[in-house]
Write a protein that binds this ligand. Structure first.
Ligand code: C2E
Ligand code: CA
Ligand code: CA
Length: 576
């Protein structure tokens, strides 16, 4: 068999030569002393060696970095006379054309009667495949938009850190940074603006961190940051981490330049440490998913408290994630509305007459009792559940108004409108149909909006407002002063009324700054011809302060807490 092959080869020496030289793979042949004896065209071309160049030149190649690593690991064993199988490796070669090409290297000994004849080195250019794999790997662990590690990468990193922590005592902090109201920005300004904001935020955060800190993007508007803690226990490190988190939050406060406009943004941060002490104490290992869930729970807490702040995960808070989920599920149920209750809080004039009321929803929960809106409205606002709630309240408000409009001709009712509900396509047609169904003039119900509505797509929001105002609808700006906007922007909005936020009202009598602010809000409102409602009036002193500053309506516990709608309406009937 061997002889036959030899004969066939002998008969086609020219073919063998052609095969050697034209093979699309580089071939280098070395003698047992390690001297290169031959190299084919592919090999020479890759290194720009003229065909007639001496073998001595090739010997030099053996020592170049290009194949040195390959020699050590795979060619040398072949020289040692061992019966070598194929050894393979990929390496990056800077001396070849193109530079930085990646080769697959195979070396094998050619044995003759038990002794080494030569060593053959095969080199295959696998750059394209290598780059494709590298790109695929990069895509699988990096976020294409920001170039930052993605969620999987983060989880892997936490897993690595946890494995390290099993052997060495160490702690890390995990921070989840989430841009407040990003969905609104994205929905209203468009995905490109949203992407732009994310890219800029990622860059700002990365620049604010040290080299050893890890930052990745874990969701559309969310970044995760790992901060290794030095020495101290997590408790002692708490303050340090809080100030680091605060610093990161501040870096996002400077307005972002997007589409030529300054976009002010706030962010919330949830913080946890790992490994979790209780997990390690009970012998249970902390896990990357559990760490992320804790940070996420803390983040939701920061959001529920109004956003624009940092919150630590605390034991027992684990309930909140579950609760959130439960609330969402329960609100989505068909008959959730059966538990909704309409409460009304009186709005009074200077002489104490109840002239109007604000609708405030309550939820009579089958297990948890009567719930204030703070425990479900923010959750509902994350999805279209808020539309269902908003529609329910407006419908009830219309019914209440039809009941009293004949006896209390000037009575006013206000309803809170969530930005998400307002911006929904079809809101305008829906609300027009609702009012006509109840034969109500649009001005009978004051629509309370917040500055949040203008944070995202100012133009569209104002246009929608104007369309409704043209039809007779009336708007009030709620919680005024807590947002981002200047007093100046009020001019652009077709408003009927302004509500001074309770935080200013409550501190105004004692805090000169708040007093000055309330005074300037009142002055601007008067200038623009807006009616004023002061919210959260709790004391006589506050009422007096306001009364001495201008004409307005008052709303607050001092005059009346929110009560079931039926109670307020029946009291009205008896009001002189
Ligand atoms: P808001 O629109 O600013 O409503 C005023 C909140 O301040 C009400 O809380 C009210 O009970 C409370 N309040 C009134 N007077 C005083 C006072 O003198 N002192 C203090 N400390 N608080 C006072 P509530 O009912 O818990 O509602 C909280 C928020 O939930 C509302 O704030 C509003 O943003 C939202 N909300 C309530 N009902 C609805 C609704 O039907 N739709 C929507 N979208 N949001 C609603
Ligand atoms: Ca309100
Ligand atoms: Ca308010």
């Amino acid at each position: 068999m061997l002889d036959l092959t030899r004969k066939a080869l002998g008969a086609s020496e020219a073919l063998l030569f052609a095969l050697f030289n034209q093979a699309p793979i580089s071939i280098l042949i070395l003698d047992p002393s390690g001297q290169a004896t031959d190299a084919n065209d592919s090999f020479r071309n890759a290194r720009r060696i003229e065909t007639n160049e001496s073998l001595a030149r090739l010997n030099v190649l053996r020592d170049t970095s290009c194949i040195r690593s390959g020699f050590t690991h795979l060619v040398e064993p072949a020289f040692r006379g061992r019966i070598c199988k194929e050894y393979e490796c990929s390496y990056i070669c800077t001396e070849t054309d193109p530079p930085d090409a990646v080769y697959n290297l195979t070396a094998f000994p050619v044995m003759e009667s038990g002794s080494l004849q030569s060593v053959v080195v095969l080199e295959e250019n696998v750059t394209a495949r290598f780059n494709a794999e590298k790109k695929a790997l990069h895509l699988s662990i990096f976020d294409p938009l920001t170039g930052l590690p993605n969620r999987q990468h983060l989880l892997d990193r936490i897993a690595d850190r946890l494995a390290y922590m099993e052997r060495y005592s160490a702690h890390d902090a995990l921070l989840l940074v989430n841009i407040d109201r990003f969905k609104i920005i994205n929905d209203a300004r468009g995905n490109l603006a949203g992407d732009n904001l994310i890219m800029q935020s990622g860059r700002r955060l990365r620049n604010a961190l040290r080299e050893i800190d890890f930052i990745g993007r874990t969701a559309a508007d969310e970044f995760a940051i790992l901060l290794p803690l030095e020495g101290d226990t997590p408790e002692k490190n708490g303050l340090k981490i809080l100030s680091a988190a605060e610093r990161l939050r501040q870096t996002l406060l400077k307005p972002f330049l997007i589409d030529g406009e300054n976009l002010p943004v706030t962010a919330s941060i949830g913080i946890t440490f790992f490994p979790e002490e209780s997990a390690t104490a009970t012998g249970n290992r902390d896990t990357p998913h559990y760490a992320l869930a804790r940070a996420s729970t803390a983040l939701h807490r920061a959001k529920d408290a109004g956003g624009n702040q940092c919150a630590f995960f605390e034991r027992g808070m684990g309930m909140n994630a579950k609760e959130r989920f439960t609330v969402e599920r329960e609100l989505s149920e068909e008959n959730a509305e059966d538990g909704f209750l309409l409460y009304l809080q009186p709005q009074v004039s200077r002489n104490g007459t109840v002239v109007g009321a604000e609708c405030l929803i309550r939820w009579q929960h089958p297990v948890r009792g009567l719930l204030a809106p703070g425990s479900f409205i923010p959750i509902a606002e994350d999805s279209d559940l808020i539309v269902k709630i908003g529609e329910w309240v407006l419908r009830k408000a219309c019914i209440a108004m039809t009941q009293i409009k004949d006896t209390q001709n000037n009575f006013r009712i206000s309803v809170n409108i969530s930005p998400r509900h307002f911006m929904k396509p079809g809101f305008k047609d829906w609300i027009i149909a609702l009012f006509s169904e109840h034969s109500l003039h649009p001005s009978r119900i004051m629509l309370e909006i917040t500055e949040g509505l203008f944070l995202s797509n100012t133009e569209v929001a104002i246009r929608k407002m104007n369309e409704l105002v043209d039809l007779g609808f009336v708007f009030s700006i709620d919680d005024f002063g807590t947002g981002y906007s200047s007093l100046a922007y009020l001019k652009k909005l077709p408003l009927r009324e302004l509500k001074i936020d309770k935080s200013f009202v409550q501190d105004a009598p004692d805090e000169p700054n708040d007093a000055a602010l309330v005074e300037s809000i009142i002055a601007v409102a008067q200038n623009l011809g807006l009616e004023i409602v002061a919210e959260g009036v709790e004391t006589e002193q506050q009422a007096d302060f306001l009364a001495s500053r201008g004409d307005m309506l008052y709303q607050g516990y001092f005059f009346g807490k929110p009560v079931p709608a039926a109670d307020l309406l029946s009291n009205l009937a008896t009001q002189p």
